[in-house]
Design a protein around this ligand. Structure first.
Ligand code: DGL
Length: 275
């Protein structure tokens, strides 16, 4: 049997696990190679040029490792890098798109709040998305770097998480937002606490499932093969940062993996330094 198309995934850190968990659920046994760029985390405060250099480096590596589809499981990297990646390589790239379109259809107050990184909010692609899909709806934005710190620190609930969520979300609700878009892949890990804190009429939307559906469409019949061979684990997770950091977070962020995962450290320096 021919090998299935390996899925490559990348994020600044463990945020893309919120997409990975959906992919693993939908495609059990399908080979996935995930790179968490913890040595450069966060991306949200980096200039677009630096974000592009990182995604190019990681995409190169994932292609070298045999990936045939790459999920850019990071909104900041998608906004600043996915068009460049598509123009550079002949394979499909699936990016994250903040769920502005569904949110604009759902809102009753006509006000949508988008929580995303500073880099994403400043991105031209993000503004194009609003122009294209938020017709007649007011979109208010809020960068939440603290949320990334909390998730990378394994703090998904408790007083610290609640205080941070209140501080970011309440100003959006005070301005009338009744739909909140989670425009960063780290944020869905705080969703349960967020849901408990917001009034019942407020909806929260994210993009993990939509991205998974897109991956399944691109895989076509390949998505139906689950050859989790005996020799290599179907899921490889690598970090450019501290291996213990990611290993510690695995049971918390990916509790129902249901398959073996190899977690390793990888050095991926920019450009020639690594060649
Ligand atoms: N998880 C990423 C995103 O979706 C990046 C967060 C960060 O590194 O600042 O934007």
């Amino acid at each position: 049997m021919e090998s299935p198309i390996k899925i490559g995934m990348l994020d600044s850190g463990v945020g893309g696990f919120s997409v990975l968990r959906e992919i693993v659920k939908a495609l059990p046994g399908h080979p996935v190679h995930y790179v968490a760029d913890n040595a450069w985390c966060p991306y949200g405060n980096k200039p677009p040029r630096d974000i592009r250099a990182r995604v190019l480096r990681i995409a190169d590596y994932l292609i070298e490792k045999g990936c045939g589809i790459i999920v850019v499981a990071c909104n900041s990297a998608t906004i600043h890098g996915v068009e460049m990646l598509r123009a550079t390589y002949p394979l499909p790239f699936v990016g994250m798109e903040p769920a502005v379109k569904p949110a604009a259809e759902m809102t009753e107050t006509g006000i949508v709040g988008v929580l995303a990184t500073e880099a994403s909010i400043a991105g031209e692609k993000f503004h194009r998305l609003i122009t294209a899909h938020a017709n007649g709806v007011r979109v208010i934005t809020r960068p939440c770097p603290r949320f990334v710190e909390l998730v990378e620190g394994g703090v998904l609930d408790g007083p610290e998480a609640e205080t941070a969520i209140r501080a970011e979300v309440m100003p959006l609700l005070d301005q009338g937002a009744d739909v909140l878009v989670l425009g960063c892949t780290h944020y869905p890990f705080l969703r349960p606490v967020m849901e408990a804190l917001v009034p019942s009429g407020v909806s929260i939307v994210d993009t993990g499932c939509a991205v998974t559906r897109r991956v399944i469409r691109l895989l076509g019949t390949d998505a139906l093969t689950f050859p989790n061979g005996d020799r290599s684990p179907a899921l490889t997770i690598e970090t450019t940062g501290d291996l213990d950091h990611v290993t510690r977070l695995m049971p918390l962020l990916l509790p129902n993996l249901g398959r073996p995962a190899a977690v390793q450290h990888v050095d991926l320096l920019n450009g020639e330094a690594n060649s």
